[in-house]
Design a protein around this ligand. Structure first.
Ligand code: AMP
Length: 633
């Protein structure tokens, strides 16, 4: 990372304010290189993958140049998938927080087109979408490209791979020739180069080259994990790893505070280290780490620059680094003074390319790491507990307690061993010796992820249905053209704190015969109910209806709204599934059972992204925390 800050890059005041509030300390390399080019109005061809901060690299400068008064689309972003469209739209929204009257609209297939038509009519300065649906809107003349000033192709190689490149070209050809263009791609296959040559002219090239650097004496591994499971995974690792000092790297200042606080609540002595702290405070924290008064420091790259503490035995890359340079710098905080070190990196599915690129440039494999099992965590806790007990028997003055225990045993005629067991049970309550932890699904990066996938030949180009299936959420669904399989045991749905979310199965009156796909259902429910897609559970398609699992406690207004929502031209007519699959229901359901049960807790709403949760994970604090977990975020 360099020493340039966002303010000196020239982004507008409201955008700078939003970035600072998000806790971004410094531009990532791709941002530092791209933002000035785009602010100068030049076209840009960038080689960057997910995890490098590429979204902000184009969103910040284009937002800085936005004409607030013009309500027709000014910025158009093309993405290969629905998920990315939503993510990019959310990123724009958060960076434009202080721009008055700002609207961004994601448009993608599978979702109710009515809402998108209304959104476009109301006016949106930024439109983010998948090529197919954009073409659809262009045909309907609901999307006006005549005033587009900036066009971004995000993950261009993915669009090529998914067979969208012709659609992309059709859209590109419809944008004003003078509009500024940026193309980001993890790789630059010839077909993408050709599109770039044709539509971007002599664009400035930004390529974050990974210099080869090797690191020795550091055992490196990675863990595939979903974003919301990172905290649970970290706790489990801390439980079993024998570490001396540890540094945990995250991306934002706010994350340093949040994670350090959560670790403290779980009984680990930890502190945050970020650029907001004064030099004196930073030095004090580092000194405490050196002296062993502190074991864990949660830091941003900027704050940990040059940190040299011999006792750091472990580095955890909680958030992936922006590039290889930063990875090598981070893990170099361990293995100091000839000691051995260990580096663990959390990788989400979409960051696999980043992992492979680091492996390539360090010329070292980063092996996959298996999360400690319940038994291992239990074994470790038991070993520590025994050690603690034996130590206490040897070193503590227990005279009075000795007599007290004898007295209780004699008065109640209780066997001493039974009494000791009862005391042990009481003592382990906050940190259970036999924990039942939430299953953490840790898919491994598949072998095929290692190889760069070849672009599809034209003859292999999938038809539109196939394409929408491909970008589908196949992990939670069944393909409409296959016989229904029994529900896959995908483990409990958990919220951001790793707490299990109670689910209810609902029936909706659209099915295979209506040509519905799970993607349509997820899109409609996520949009209309504002339920974070992660909380939409198992979907099962039948011929004339489907079932979908949603968090317990749906408010009546929402239920009534969903009842009328249309998917594939048909109203959902949602009802609580009573298990009599195949039978036709009464027309309007009363959401029975849910109303007499106070299932929906207004303090912890299940919907709008905060599902009602019950604690299912073993995240019981070692020290009682002052506030409930849900407040600590
Ligand atoms: P992207 O590569 O665009 O998918 O971004 C990956 C993640 O990095 C997102 O969660 C961003 O919020 C975060 N991010 C992007 N730029 C920065 C920055 N300069 N400082 C901290 N976090 C960032």
């Amino acid at each position: 990372m360099s020493s340039v800050d966002f303010a000196s890059l020239g982004i507008s005041a409201p955008v700078l304010k939003a970035v600072q509030q998000l806790g971004y300390e410094q531009p990532s390399p791709v941002q530092e290189a791209s933002i000035p080019i785009l602010l100068e109005g030049k076209n840009l061809l960038g080689t960057a993958q997910t995890g490098t901060g590429k979204t902000a690299a184009f969103a910040l400068p284009f937002l800085s140049m936005l004409d607030e008064k013009q309500k027709t689309p000014q910025i158009l972003v093309l993405t290969p998938t629905r998920e990315l469209a939503i993510q990019v739209a959310e990123a724009f929204q958060s960076y434009a927080k202080h721009i008055k009257g700002f609207h961004v609209l994601p448009i993608y297939g599978g979702a109710d087109i009515g809402g998108q038509l209304r959104g476009l009519k109301r006016g949106a300065q930024v439109v983010v979408g998948t090529p197919g649906r954009m073409l659809d809107h262009l045909r309907r003349r609901s999307l006006d490209l005549s005033n587009i000033k900036g066009l971004i192709l995000d993950e261009a190689d993915e669009m090529l791979r998914m067979g969208f490149i012709d659609d992309v070209e059709t859209i590109l050809a419809k944008t004003p020739p003078e509009c500024q263009r940026a193309l980001f791609s993890a790789t630059m296959p010839p077909a993408i180069k050709r599109v770039a040559d044709k539509y971007l002219g002599d664009a400035e090239v930004v390529s974050i080259q990974n210099k080869t650097k090797t690191v020795e004496r550091i055992a490196q591994s990675h863990l595939m994990v979903k974003g919301h499971q990172k905290m649970d995974a970290l706790t489990r690792i801390l439980d079993v790893e024998q570490f001396d000092g540890m540094i945990i790297f995250v991306r934002t200042k706010s994350s340093t505070l949040e994670i350090a606080e959560k670790l403290e609540a779980r009984g680990f002595s930890s502190a945050a280290l970020n650029g907001d702290l004064t030099q004196t405070l930073r030095e004090r924290t580092i000194n405490r780490l050196k002296k062993g008064q502190l074991d864990i420091v949660v830091a941003t790259d900027v704050a940990a620059r040059g940190l040299d503490v011999e006792r750091i035995s472990h580095v955890i890359n909680y958030d992936v680094p922006y590039d290889n340079e930063s990875y090598v710098h981070r893990i170099g905080r361990t293995g100091r003074a000839g000691r051995e070190g260990k580096a663990i990196m959390f990788v989400t599915q979409k960051e696999i390319r980043m992992l492979r690129s680091i492996e390539k440039s360090t010329r070292q494999p980063i092996s996959s790491f298996n999360l400690p099992s319940n038994e291992e965590v239990s074994g470790q806790r038991i070993a520590q507990f025994k050690e603690q007990l034996v130590g206490m028997c040897k070193s503590t003055k227990l005279d009075k307690f000795h007599s007290l225990v004898k007295e209780v045993a004699a008065e109640n005629d209780i066997d001493m061993v039974l009494l000791a067991a009862a005391l042990a049970f009481e003592a382990q309550k906050e940190r259970p010796l036999f924990p039942k932890m939430v299953a953490i699904d840790t898919p491994r990066a598949s072998a095929s992820d290692r190889n760069e996938r070849k672009p599809r030949e034209r003859s292999e180009r999938p038809d539109r249905n196939e394409r929408s299936e491909r970008s589908d959420r196949s992990d939670r669904s069944q393909r409409p053209d296959r016989a229904p399989k029994p529900p896959r045991d995908k483990g409990p749905t958990v919220d951001g704190e790793g707490n299990e979310v109670a689910m209810v199965t609902y029936r909706i009156e659209v099915g295979r015969n209506d040509d519905v796909s799970p993607k349509n259902i997820v899109g409609a429910i996520a949009n209309e109910a504002e339920i974070d897609a992660q909380f939409i559970g198992h979907i099962k398609l039948h011929d004339d209806y489907s079932t979908v699992d949603l968090p317990e406690g749906m408010p009546k207004e929402l239920f009534d709204h969903l009842y009328k929502v249309r998917v594939c031209q048909k109203p959902l007519k949602i009802s609580v599934d009573n298990g009599t699959a195949g039978e036709q229901r009464d027309a309007k359901p009363a959401y029975k059972g849910k109303r007499d049960k106070p299932a929906f807790n207004k303090e912890k709403p299940a919907f709008k992204g905060k599902p009602k949760a019950h604690r299912g994970s073993d995240s019981a604090p070692r020290k009682p925390s002052k506030r409930p977990a849900s407040d600590r975020k």
